[in-house]
Design a protein around this ligand. Structure first.
Ligand code: C2E
Ligand code: MG
Ligand code: MG
Ligand code: MG
Length: 285
C-alpha cells in the first residue's frame, strides 16, 4: 500500500512538474505575440490621503487577458518576462500607455495626483532608461510631477552607485520616486539613507495582521516614524479592513491603497470611480 501510495505521489509530482514546464514554455512564446495582439491591459488602483480622503495617486498594474487562460496574474508572467528579457518590450508598452492615461487622470481629473508605475530592474539598469523616460514625457506631454516610479531593492543590488545616480537624474526632472515592498528586502536602512526618494510603501505583509500581531504593529509604527523623520511620505498597501485603517490613521500614516477603498480596475471603471469618490461626504475617507 505504501509503495503504491509513493508511486502515486511521484506520478502526481511529475505530471504537475511537466505541466508547469509546459505551461511556462507556452506562456513564453505567447508573451512575444501578446503585446501586438493587444492582450495586455493596464488596471489602476487609487491611493488616497488618510486625513481627508483626497485622491493622491493611481498605481498602474499590468493584466494579461489570455484568450484561453483568462486573466494571468503579473506575479506569474512578470518574473518570467524579467528572466527572458521580454520585460523590456512589456515595460515600454506599460510606460507608453500609462503616461497617456496619466495626462487624462492627473492633469484633467485630479489635480496634484500622480500615476505610479512599477519599474523593472532590467529596464532600469539599461543606460538608456533615463532617456526613455524623457521621451515618454515628451511624447505624452505629461508633467513630470504626475509621474511616480515604484522601485524595489532588487534594482539596487547590482550597482548601488549607478542606481543612485539614475534615481537622482529622474528626481531632478521632477519625477517622484517610491520604494515599493518596503521592509521585505535587506539592508533597507542603509539604502534608505542614501537614496534620493520621496515615498516609502509599507508592504502588505506587515499590514495583514497589524491589529492582531504586536510585532507587525511595532514594525509599521517604526516605519512610519522613520519615514517621517527622513522627510518622506509613507503609504500602506493592501489595506482591507476598517481596523487596519484606524491603526494607520492613529499612527499618522499619510496615504493608503487597498481593497477597502478600491481594487485595481480598468481605466473606464476608474473614471466612474473617481466621479463617485468626489461625491462622498466632505472630507470623509
Ligand atoms: P506591487 O507593486 O507590490 O503591487 C501591489 C499588489 O497588491 C498588486 O498585485 C495589487 O493588486 C495587490 N493589492 C493591492 N491592494 C490589495 C489588497 O487590499 N488586498 C490584496 N490581497 N491585494 C492587494 P498585482 O496587481 O497582482 O501585481 C503583483 C506585482 O506584479 C506588483 O506588486 C508588481 O511588483 C508587479 N507588477 C504589476 N504590474 C507591473 C508592471 O506594469 N510592471 C512591472 N515591472 N511590474 C508590475
Ligand atoms: Mg507597486
Ligand atoms: Mg508593493
Ligand atoms: Mg507588495
Amino acid at each position: 500500500k505504501a509503495k503504491q501510495h509513493g508511486r502515486n505521489d511521484y506520478q502526481w509530482y511529475t505530471d504537475d512538474l511537466t505541466q508547469r514546464v509546459h505551461e511556462r514554455l507556452i506562456l513564453r512564446g505567447d508573451l512575444q505575440q501578446a503585446i501586438e495582439l493587444g492582450q495586455f491591459e493596464l488596471y489602476y488602483q487609487p491611493q488616497v490621503a488618510v486625513h481627508n480622503g483626497q485622491m493622491c495617486g493611481f498605481e498602474a498594474l499590468l493584466r494579461w487577458n489570455h484568450p484561453e487562460r483568462g486573466m494571468i496574474s503579473p506575479s506569474i508572467f512578470i518574473p518570467m518576462a524579467e528572466a527572458t528579457g521580454q520585460i523590456i518590450a512589456l515595460s515600454e508598452w506599460v510606460f507608453k500607455r500609462a503616461c497617456r492615461d496619466a495626462v487624462m487622470l492627473c492633469t484633467k481629473l485630479t489635480e496634484g495626483a500622480a500615476v505610479a508605475i512599477n519599474v523593472s530592474p532590467l529596464h532600469f539598469q539599461r543606460s538608456s532608461f533615463v532617456a526613455f523616460i524623457q521621451r515618454m514625457l515628451d511624447d505624452s506631454g505629461l508633467d513630470p510631477q504626475c509621474l511616480e516610479l515604484e522601485v524595489t531593492e532588487g534594482l539596487l543590488l547590482n550597482n548601488i552607485e549607478d542606481a543612485i545616480d539614475t534615481l537622482q537624474e529622474l528626481k531632478d526632472k521632477g519625477i517622484k520616486i517610491a520604494i515599493d515592498d518596503f521592509g521585505t528586502g535587506f539592508s533597507s536602512l542603509n539604502y534608505l539613507k542614501r537614496l534620493p526618494i520621496d515615498k516609502v510603501k509599507i508592504d502588505k505583509a506587515f499590514i495583514d495582521d497589524v491589529n492582531e500581531d504586536g510585532r507587525d504593529a511595532a514594525i509599521v509604527q517604526s516605519i512610519i516614524s522613520l519615514a517621517h523623520n527622513l522627510q518622506l511620505t509613507v503609504i500602506a498597501e493592501g489595506v482591507e479592513t476598517d481596523e487596519q485603517l484606524a491603526f494607520l490613521a492613529k499612527h499618522d500614516c499619510d496615504e493608503i491603497q487597498g481593497y477597502l477603498f478600491a481594487r485595481p480596475m480598468p481605466f473606464g471603471d476608474l473614471i466612474r470611480w473617481i466621479s463617485q469618490w468626489r461625491q462622498r461626504p466632505e472630507g470623509r475617507l
